[in-house]
Design a protein around this ligand. Structure first.
Ligand code: TRH
Length: 382
């Protein structure tokens, strides 16, 4: 049993909800493991729906603090996590350096399945100048292999998933399926491939559950094929969003946090990566497909012909080209991947990932290894 430490997590909301979504999950998970967490966030608005308990009754062990320009006299805790390189305030970093035993300072990075992540995970970055001169900042990379920091997976998640009862939950949310209808969840960015995908959904009676934002905005402008009806969802809490993904027959998710949740859901899914102007999302996409399809997505095509359809559809969904074709497939050339092997591939990946330690456990072990001897537990005040 590790002694409780004080953790400061800094989160800057750049765009969308992944930054605050990941930071909240981490804060709540650490607190559930007996740690004391102070979450500094420069935009708390999404927490009202993503984690309403954080705003209303509060969550034991987590203090949420509005991070603004105003100087704060807060004393740093034992661990300082800056999410996605967001740079804690200089005066706070100065106080970190002044502590008798400085905090373990971690930069929690974005999730990627690319091979370089293993090489960069847990590398030190000694600070030679600035307010933190003399301190060491550590890079911590989440990931899909043993040599990375793992994935967020709160205690009991998989048991809750296994005992989840879909029908009453759907009923409670007004998502009543008609006989033979499948449930498809759409959480996406603006996506030029949406019309083609909607046409494909017309092959079977479908209830399309639309998350707020681009999914609703785009679908409202399009004609739905026969047999497909849609329903607008409100923003759900993360817990309810999980339930939604667990209930679906097909999940269309975006961003890294929802990718992880789609894997834990164990249902077939397509992932829309955050599009980057330099095309970096293409490399990330291939790296994840490699993970999903037994290590090498290209070679998987020879062994498992069903993966051809998956990769074509996946690439179309991400505006990427499928090799060796020089052009995108036309809607007529697209077909659904076979459902059974697609589901099995997701379940297999989930099983493999469950054998690896989760991100919070790894962070706690990392901190225990890198804390300076003689660390005193100091209760910080904000
Ligand atoms: O919102 P996102 O697109 O965030 C992305 C990623 O973080 C990406 O790394 C970043 O570069 C980009 O923004 C700028 O997708 P993501 O990561 O899945 O985060 C969404 C969060 O919102 C996730 O925690 C799930 C949560 N969510 C709910 O809790 N309820 C909902 O109803 C929905 C739709 C999402």
């Amino acid at each position: 049993m590790t002694a409780a430490l004080y953790w400061d997590i800094f989160c800057k909301v750049i765009d969308n909800y992944g930054d605050v979504g990941v930071c909240w999950r981490l804060a709540a998970d650490l607190a559930a493991r007996g740690q004391k967490v102070r979450l500094w966030c420069d935009d708390l608005s999404a927490l009202t729906w993503l984690a309403p308990e954080s705003v209303h009754q509060g969550v034991p062990g987590v203090e949420v603090v509005a991070w603004n320009e105003a100087p704060t006299p807060a004393l740093p805790g034992d661990v300082v996590i800056e999410a996605f390189g967001c740079d804690p305030p200089p005066d706070f970093v100065r106080r970190m350096a002044q502590r008798v035993s400085p905090p373990v300072w971690i930069n929690l990075e974005y999730l990627s399945a690319e091979a370089w992540v293993e090489r960069c995970h847990a590398l030190p970055s000694p600070q030679s100048n600035g307010p933190g001169a003399g301190l060491t900042k550590w890079f911590f990379y989440p990931g899909f292999t043993e040599a990375t920091g793992g994935l967020l997976r709160e205690g009991g998640l998989i048991d809750r998933r296994a005992s989840f009862d879909r029908a009453p939950w759907l009923h409670s949310r007004g998502l009543t399926l008609q006989a033979g209808e499948r449930l498809v969840v759409l959480f996406c960015y603006a996506n030029p491939a949406l019309p083609a995908l909607l046409q494909m959904l017309g092959d079977q009676p479908t209830l399309l559950a639309l998350t707020p934002g681009p999914a609703q905005e785009q679908v409202h402008r399009l004609a739905l094929p026969r047999g497909v009806r849609s329903i607008d969802l409100p923003w759900l809490s993360q817990t309810e969003f999980d339930h939604l993904l667990w209930s679906a027959d097909l999940n269309l998710v975006r961003g890294e946090d929802s990718l992880v949740r789609a894997v834990w859901a164990g249902r077939p899914f397509l992932w829309q990566l955050y599009p980057q102007s330099d095309g970096a999302h293409g490399v990330k996409s291939v790296a994840f497909l490699d993970q999903l399809l037994g290590g090498n997505a290209k070679q998987a095509v020879a062994t498992w012909p069903w993966t051809v359809n998956l990769q074509r559809l996946w690439n179309l969904w991400n505006g990427l080209q499928t090799e060796p074709k020089a052009t995108e497939p036309t809607p007529e050339e697209l077909s659904w991947p076979e459902l059974e092997p697609w589901t099995l591939a997701v379940e297999k990946l989930r099983t493999a990932l469950l054998l690896q330690p989760d991100l919070s456990s790894q962070l706690m072990q990392f901190v225990a290894r890198h804390a300076l001897p003689g660390r005193r537990l100091e209760a910080p005040s904000s």
